[in-house]
Design a protein around this ligand. Structure first.
Ligand code: TRP
Ligand code: ZN
Ligand code: CA
Length: 439
């Protein structure tokens, strides 16, 4: 048997990419992005993201302390973002609208290329409330999306889908800018939108890691990214529809996003898993004058910015990558009892002639707090056992890896199982996904 263990980040990217192929239960499909042709997302520079926040803070400071709709600080924010994108080769469009008697602006930036009939959008609101500079709400999302767009340009990324980025005006007045954009988008253009990713408050000073519970593929793409980091996530519950993804969702565009918390209070359980302070709001400066550059948690901003890029890269690789093989996957969660009996996740392989290959790719995604507790085996249809991991990795947590197994003596068709047993008390987890790729 030949075991090769790729770098952790590569395995996580591959698993996230597999999620594009179908998410509910067991499914088989031609290999989607993640095979040949898919490019892993680059790291997004936290220093650059923070520099954008410093610029937005300066803009507020020199314009009466805010960047609110209808005020000079908002237009200056738009001009700042637009200049960076123009210099990076984007096609930018300033869309104007009127709200509360003042002119508002959306900024749309298209990256030339990609399939014009399959558009992936990422956006964030650029306006603050009048009370302050709005650095977490929502300089954070605006800066992360800006730096992601600039990184697309810097790396010369050529996605399969067409990429479009957006900065919305007057979100704080009731999603005014994003509603205007969606309402004025012709139906034919709407139909081309394959996804809208929203980033509103992603650097909260006492952060949580919340993923929107909307389109399952988008949700899973974010969750896989955080699983690869070993950071637990929760479903966003601080008000569905309270940000700019809502108008898109309302017309049937698949949406998703990230959020690090506003004025809800962090529970003891949340402080346990994420650190920070329980009994205190995720953002005590929400909609206040103290929402300045001091109101940012760098770790949250860093992780979430990288997650933005991960989702943009993964979801824009698209389906135009030539199919390379057959993928069988099971993404149903299976709880692994603490220090208990073995459990299995199964996939049924059909339509493959003859034996399995000598390089069967076995994708394993186990979320656990201590991988050294776990015995992980692949079971062939005839019951043959292939060891993948035997209490290895010590105090590291998740197992998110693709193993290469010589399965050439096994008949391919039939039920294959991933068997997982937890052999020590205290740490726990679950099987998040199991995938076999036949080349
Ligand atoms: N959009 C809100 C604002 O700008 C913040 C907010 C509250 C939010 N709940 C949310 C953002 C849920 C995203 C998801 O004030
Ligand atoms: Zn706000
Ligand atoms: Ca255990």
């Amino acid at each position: 048997m030949n075991l090769s263990v790729p770098r952790r980040v590569t395995a996580a990217a591959a698993l996230a990419a597999l999620a594009l192929g179908g998410l509910a239960g067991t499914s088989a499909s031609a290999a989607p992005a993640g095979g040949a042709g898919a490019t892993a997302a680059p790291d997004i520079s936290l220093a650059n993201v923070k520099q954008h926040l410093t610029s937005l803070q300066s803009i507020a400071t020199s314009n009466g302390g805010n960047r609110a709709h209808g005020r000079a600080g908002y237009k200056a924010s738009i001009d700042f973002v637009k200049a960076k994108l123009d210099a990076a080769g984007y096609t930018t469009t300033l869309q104007t609208f009127t709200s509360s008697g003042a002119t508002g602006y959306n900024l749309i930036a298209d990256w030339p290329g990609g399939d014009p009939n399959q558009v992936l959008m990422a956006g964030s609101h650029l306006d603050s409330v009048a009370a302050g500079a709005g650095i977490n709400d929502n300089g954070s999302g605006s800066a992360a999306v800006l730096e992601t767009a600039l990184t697309v340009s810097r790396t010369g990324y050529q996605p399969s889908k067409h990429l479009r980025f957006a900065w919305w005006g007057a979100e704080e007045l009731g999603l005014v800018g994003s509603k205007y954009y969606v309402n004025n988008l012709p139906t034919t253009e709407r139909a081309k939108l394959k996804g809208y990713l929203n980033f509103d408050m992603i650097g909260s000073p006492n952060p949580g890691y919340f993923v929107y519970d909307d389109d399952p593929t988008i949700e899973q793409t974010f969750k896989s990214y955080f699983a690869g980091l070993g950071v637990p996530t929760e479903i966003e519950t601080e008000g569905d529809g309270r940000s700019d993804h809502a108008p898109f969702k309302n017309v049937g565009v698949p949406v998703g996003g990230l959020f690090s918390g506003a004025d809800y209070v962090k529970t003891a359980a949340q402080a346990q898993k994420w650190g920070g302070t329980s009994g205190q709001a995720f953002d005590r400066c929400y909609h206040s004058s103290c929402d300045t550059t001091a109101n940012i948690n760098d770790t949250a901003l860093d992780r979430n910015s990288d997650a933005v890029a991960h989702a943009v890269w993964t979801l824009s690789a698209g389906s135009t990558t030539p199919p390379t093989g057959k993928v069988f996957e099971n993404t149903a969660d299976v709880a692994v009892p603490d220090n208990g009996a073995a459990v299995t996740s199964s996939v049924t392989v059909t339509g493959v002639t003859g034996n399995a290959p000598a390089n069967l790719a076995v994708g394993v995604d186990i979320v656990h707090t201590y991988r050294g507790d776990l015995i992980v085996d692949l079971i062939a249809p005839d019951g043959s056992v292939y060891s993948l991991s035997n209490r290895s990795g010590g105090s590291a947590d998740n197992i998110v890896q693709t193993y290469t197994v010589d399965a050439s003596t096994e008949v391919a068709n039939g039920v294959w199982k991933l068997r997982v047993q937890d052999k020590a008390a205290a740490d726990t987890g679950y099987v998040n996904g199991f995938k076999l790729t036949f080349p």
